[in-house]
Design a protein around this ligand. Sequence first.
Ligand code: FES
Length: 131
Amino acid sequence: MSPTLSNPFDADRTPAGAPEDERILCRADEIAEGKGRGFEFRHHDPVFVVRWRGALYAYRNFCPHQGTTLDWKPDAFFAPDGQHLMCATHAAWFDPDTGLCVGGPCLGAHLKPAAIAVDEDGMVRLEKLMG
Ligand code: FES
């Protein structure tokens, strides 16, 4: 008899409980001001969504410096100042609204934006899967 695995991810790294329709990310009001949320997908690159100054912004979750994910713990994307996004690996700082790196080893580079929209039900939808 084979042991039961307790890994929260299935074989292709899809988080347990991931929605059937991968383009529906979450309710918009679940992302508070100055907070973010990361999303992983079965066959596409991870993205994250942040709320800053009332608006939602989404990017692929890859740093332009060395391609690591930005979050230093789940859903943690903001620098301590609350005004910039920060990469956990080498602490590059990015403007939340443009994705421009304003400090760190990839100064002048940009996070790759992900197109999102909030639908009539208040759900954040990814307009196009990445990767
Ligand atoms: S990988 Fe992000 S700053 Fe180096």
